[in-house]
Design a protein around this ligand. Structure first.
Ligand SMILES: [Zn+2]
Length: 447
């Protein structure tokens, strides 16, 4: 038996003005892509044909020509790999392409047209994906993350892969059942590490174990895309469609009934209050400009506020290619903030020291140490700081562009505050432009 593996993986804020280009995507091919599936297909007697997988740091909408070129190339490789018994797609589900209502739905439908009705198609998704009826109908197998922040990426790919192997070996052909839930909140309001989502996600394996059910999922969806397909959903892979429908309704009802309990997973304050509250070791998350949520990552609001308070702090980081290039030319005064279109203040900074590492300039200006990156990128893991030669022990006040904190940073024994800042992924949902989302959806309308 032969299967192909491929996928497209990104998350797009429609409030981020910076379109994603092909160069924003990192490609995985060959053995590395087979390894990403995290399942021993060879042991199951299944031959794997890796197509390619492209993923980017979340950001703005994907330029339509970029999406079309990605699809065309993937489908060409798929045609070349035919005939196939199965396809494993490693997806995110929250791509936004101007002029296209359901990019992943279009892509998966095109995959189906190439491989035909008998071929099994399995999809592995981020729980922040937007799953339309068409995606559910076109796939045979569906699995999504059960943790946010995400610490089960490899396990989720393995769940989808194992179900594909099981379906290829067995008599029963599974299907995917979807029940939408008119609730749209941020990941920070639906962390699976706190109530109520800890309880809702802990119940999913019990649903998996029921007769006729293979894999139960709760999709939170993505709140920063003003799109007609924006929705939460319960999505269940099953071989008994009736049992699957009953399970999906139960998961959907559980989430809907918990909607008013969806709250931030950490202390959250407006920026001015957050800076005023911090007088000891701390982590401050600049949530509105978090690149891993789709923010631009170029804003200097927090830097401005902390400099005004004359507080020593490490900022990791601010994306500013022009400032980075000026520093490379030896500039001792730079302009910083909003360089990529993300908005916010534009600061003039005198640079006292500067060194370079990993495509970043690490500068000191007054009491602040600032990491200025040439490209948009997060600094969420201890390894990111080690690679820059920065010890967090030397910087008791750390500012990161993040919503909920990574598994690494949340272990720091410091007060941790999420600053409710402006930006393309603002947590102030009431102020988001809302022209295209389904109505009514909590919390945009009363339900
Ligand atoms: Zn996610």
């Amino acid at each position: 038996m032969r299967i192909a593996i491929g996928g497209l993986h990104t998350e797009c804020s429609t409030y981020n003005p910076l379109l994603q280009e092909r160069s924003d995507f990192r490609r995985l091919e060959g053995e590395a892509l087979i390894a990403k599936a995290n399942f021993d297909f060879a042991a199951a007697g299944i031959q794997t044909l890796p197509l390619f997988h492209e993923a980017s740091v979340p950001g703005g909408p994907v330029r339509s020509e970029v999406f079309e070129a990605q699809c065309a190339e993937l489908l060409d490789r798929l045609r070349a790999a035919a005939p196939l018994d199965g396809v494993l797609l490693l997806m995110h589900g929250a791509m936004f392409v101007p002029g296209i209502d359901d990019p992943e739905g279009d892509f998966i439908t095109s995959v189906r047209e190439v491989v035909g009705p008998d071929c099994l198609i399995a999809g592995s998704f981020d729980l922040h994906g937007q799953i339309t009826a068409r995606i559910a109908e076109t796939l045979d197998i569906f699995a999504a993350f059960r943790t946010a922040p995400h610490v089960d990426v490899a396990e989720t790919n393995a769940r989808a892969a194992a179900m594909l192997a099981r379906a290829l070996k067995g008599a029963a052909r599974p299907c995917v059942v979807r029940v939408p839930v008119p609730v749209l909140v941020s990941g920070e309001m639906s962390s699976t590490f706190v109530s109520p989502c800890d309880r809702l996600y802990a119940a999913l394996p019990e649903v998996d174990a029921r007769p006729g059910i293979w894999d139960a999922n709760l999709m939170i969806g993505y709140v920063w895309a003003d799109s007609p397909r924006a929705t939460a959903a319960a999505v269940v892979t099953c071989e008994d469609a009736q049992a699957g429908q009953a399970a999906a309704l139960e998961i959907a009802k559980g989430y809907f009934d918990s909607r008013t309990d969806l709250l931030f997973d950490m202390e959250a304050l407006p920026l001015v209050d957050a800076v005023a509250a911090l007088d000891g070791p701390a982590v401050l998350a600049d949530s509105g400009d978090n690149p891993t949520g789709g923010g631009v990552g170029d804003r200097a609001d927090v830097l401005q506020a902390v400099l005004a308070a004359d507080r020593p702090a490490l900022f990791a980081g601010i994306a500013a290619p022009r400032a980075y290039e000026a520093l490379q030319r030896g500039a001792t005064e730079i302009e910083l903030g909003g360089e990529l279109g993300g908005g916010g203040p534009r600061l003039t900074l005198s640079i006292e020291s500067c060194r370079f590492a990993e495509g970043c300039a690490i500068v000191t200006t007054g009491p602040a140490t600032v990491v200025i990156s040439h490209r948009r990128r997060p600094f969420h893991w201890f390894a990111d700081f080690a690679a820059l030669g920065l010890s967090l022990d030397d910087h008791p006040f750390l500012v990161v562009k993040s919503g909920y904190l990574s598994a690494d940073i949340r272990t720091l024994p410091r007060r941790q505050i999420m600053a409710l800042t402006d930006g393309a992924v603002s947590q102030d949902l009431a102020r988001l432009e809302n022209l295209h989302r389904p109505r009514p959806s909590h919390p945009f309308q009363a339900l």
